[in-house]
Design a protein around this ligand. Structure first.
Ligand code: COA
Ligand code: AMP
Length: 638
């Protein structure tokens, strides 16, 4: 197929409103909009204002009404419990309506918030869609986060109730969730009225009455709910993501724009037809899970896969091929880290030979930079286009891609493609001036942002403006740095803030530093992301102890690891601390994190002219060599 990308992008540029009005035809509205785009100010827009709709109706009911009732909507494939259950559109709608009825019976009303702290089980999807059905705002918290992180989100979202499971299952380990919920509720200032607990047979939780209620008891005898009429501009969900401090940002997603953007993307970016099987191998706790495990495929009438397992170890590196083959997946979306993990265990891709993958058409990768080596390995072994594409929790859908539905243009390894219609990507210098092609700068999106992107942060319009809109006049700052080449391909090279990307998960090094600094023996610390063969990056803590502390360093290092696990969660993958005598700083006191990162990664660095004491760098180099880091590190004398 010839690529129509240029044509379609130009159409959007010429008349964005007409473009989105046409895309909005893919959605059912109870009432049409007054304005396609309502500019509240020069920086703030709302999409489809005046329109009335319901996201759950569009994701489920309308497909049942139009003949897709028997088609699988959701296939739950649990490699960790060796169970597969398929839910037709009709079955999923009924389960969702029933649970929504129970929520209403419990007093949940339009605009209330619910926190969902659940593993990858079908009830999670049911709970999320049930909230959407009755106009309740859901906020999903990833299961790998610790109680303190959950508590922060409880305080910010102020949910009337929490929906949790008794446990999650991580490869061969059962992780009880309930103690984390109990601790979070204790830590939080705001107290939810009720916790609904899904009891899993692998580990039944003890319920704390009257606050806790068993899921089965909660739904018993409830009457199914109808879909509420909500404004297109009403929030559908809040999803917290790492900011530059330890306090997460509550990204808000609306109903109308979100649906229009996702349903457009399913056809045009991912090239999926209704009825086909789409698999996003992520977690519902992340934005990829929201957009492309739940909402995108269901809005589009496709079948989605909910996979509870890992790419390796559940039971082997053929797990992804098994799922693709068993469920006739046409398109897989995952993070490069998953492929690095598979490749590490099965470099020759021998497990592929056991599966029939004839329906498989395309692999999409995102969440972190795709290293060309992994990309090539996937291309060679799978024999399908491998498409890197770039997006963020905030945007909710891809900013750049190679759009399968519009016909691919040639892939360039190292680039996540070209701007998707709706996004005007520019590279700016520190003064907000555009730089020539090929020059690296800040990647920024010209306002207004398209439908689907965050309209604001939860209860924090000021934070929204400060975080994203104040750096460059008229632009949204992505906090990513990169360049655009002469053919319009975008390259995303690094973050401009202290966010690191660990196995496709976004983490704030500042947040980890806050935790380390709270240890009674720690005087100061710096956390940097160091290169890791599978996870892309992992955090490394460099710690200076208070004077007079002479406990064994190994004990303190272990305590620091435990502290981060306890406060942020295992998902931070914080495993290495090094205790050093001083942190390298400029004369003005700025910690030289970039230099330390080069030392840890073994890449050449320039001796910063303003460093207060150069000898500290050799001390750090020696310390990291002892644990096998930075072996190639040398000062760049060029
Ligand atoms: N509940 C509780 N704990 C969880 C969890 C959850 N939902 N998810 C992860 N964890 C724990 C893991 O058990 C692990 O704990 P450990 O340090 O005790 O072993 C830790 O958090 C880190 O998890 P993870 O990042 O998943 O690392 P891993 O070593 O278990 O697996 C990969 C590595 C590459 C296989 C895995 O990260 C992966 O499959 N990534 C796929 C990409 C992805 O989902 N990206 C999300 C954005 S698209
Ligand atoms: P998250 O909000 O967790 O999805 O993380 C978003 C961040 O991940 C982006 O700002 C980038 O830093 C990084 N990212 C996502 N996709 C890509 C990609 N394809 N290439 C490079 N970086 C990416």
């Amino acid at each position: 197929m010839v690529s129509h990308y240029n044509e379609v992008y130009q159409k959007w540029q010429e008349s964005p409103d007409a473009f989105w009005a046409k895309a909005a035809k893919g959605i059912d509205w109870y009432r049409s909009w007054d304005k396609i785009r309502d500019d509240l100010s020069s920086t703030s827009s709302r999409w489809f204002s005046g329109a009335v709709t319901n996201t759950c109706y569009n994701a489920l009911d309308r497909h049942v009404e139009r003949g897709r009732g028997d088609q699988p909507a959701l296939i739950y494939d649990s490699a960790v419990t060796e169970k597969t259950i398929s839910f037709s559109y009709c079955e999923l709608r009924d389960a969702v309506a029933h649970f929504a009825g129970a929520l209403e019976r419990a007093g949940l009303r339009y605009g209330d918030r619910v926190i969902v702290y659940m593993p990858m089980v079908p009830e999670t999807v049911v709970a999320i869609l049930a909230c959407a059905r009755i106009g309740v705002i859901h906020s999903v918290v990833f299961g790998g986060f610790a109680a303190k992180e959950l508590a922060t989100r409880i305080d910010d979202a102020q949910p009337k109730l929490i929906i949790a499971a008794s446990c999650g299952i991580e490869a061969d380990r059962v992780i009880p969730y309930k103690p984390l919920v109990d601790k979070a509720v204790k830590l939080a200032q705001f107290k939810p009225e009720l916790c609904i607990i899904l009891q899993r047979p692998q580990h039944e939780a003890t319920l704390e009455l009257p606050r806790d209620i068993d899921w089965r008891e909660f739904v018993e005898g409830a009457k199914p709910s109808e879909c509420a009429k909500v404004k297109a501009t009403d929030p559908l969900y809040i999803l917290y993501t790492s900011g530059t401090t330890g306090v997460p940002k509550g990204v808000v997603r609306d109903n109308g724009g979100h649906m229009v953007a996702l349903s457009w993307s399913m056809k045009n970016i991912y090239g999926i037809n209704p009825g086909e099987v789409f698999w996003a191998a992520s977690d519902v706790g992340w934005v990829v899970g929201h957009s492309y495990i739940i909402y995108g495929p269901l809005l589009h009438g496709a079948t989605t896969i909910l996979y509870e397992g890992k790419p390796v170890g559940t039971p082997d590196p053929g797990a992804f091929w098994r799922v693709i083959s068993q469920h006739n997946v046409s398109t897989l979306f995952t993070a490069p880290t998953a492929f690095r993990a598979i490749r590490r265990e099965d470099p020759e891709a021998r497990h592929l030979a056991h599966y029939e993958l004839s329906r498989f058409r395309t692999l999409f990768l995102a969440g972190e930079r795709s290293d060309p080596e992994t990309l090539r390995w996937a291309e060679q072994n799978l024999g399908v286009p491998v498409i890197d594409h770039w997006w963020q929790t905030e945007t909710g859908w891809p900013v750049t891609a190679n759009c399968a539905g519009l016909g691919f243009f040639p892939v360039k390894h190292g680039s996540p493609g070209k701007p998707v219609p709706g996004f005007d990507v520019r590279v700016l210098d520190e003064n907000g001036e555009e730089v020539p092609n090929g020059t690296t700068g800040s990647l920024a999106l010209r306002l207004p942002l398209p439908p689907g992107c965050l309209p604001t942060l939860w209860n924090n319009d000021v934070g929204y403006r400060d975080s994203y809109l104040s750096e460059f006049d008229g632009f949204y700052a992505t906090a990513d740095a990169g360049f655009i080449d002469d053919e319009g391909y975008v390259y995303v090279m690094s973050r401009t803030d202290d966010i690191i990307n660990v196995a496709g998960h976004r983490l704030s090094t500042g947040g980890i530093e806050e935790v380390l600094a709270s240890h009674p023996n720690v005087a100061e610390c710096a956390v940097i992301g160091v290169a890791d063969k599978v996870k892309g990056q992992v955090p490394l803590g460099l710690v200076v102890l208070k004077s007079g502390v002479n406990r064994p360093t190994r004990d303190i290092e272990n305590e620091l690891v435990e502290l981060v696990r306890d406060r942020i969660g295992p998902v931070a993958s914080y495993k290495i601390s090094r205790i050093i005598n001083r942190l390298p700083k400029t004369r003005s006191g700025k910690v030289l994190r970039a230099t330390m990162r080069c030392i840890a990664d073994g890449t050449p660095y320039r001796m910063p002219a303003t460093i207060d004491d150069p000898s500290i760098l050799s001390e750090i180099t020696d310390s990291l060599h002892q644990i096998g880091l930075g072996i190639e590190a040398k000062e760049d004398s060029s």
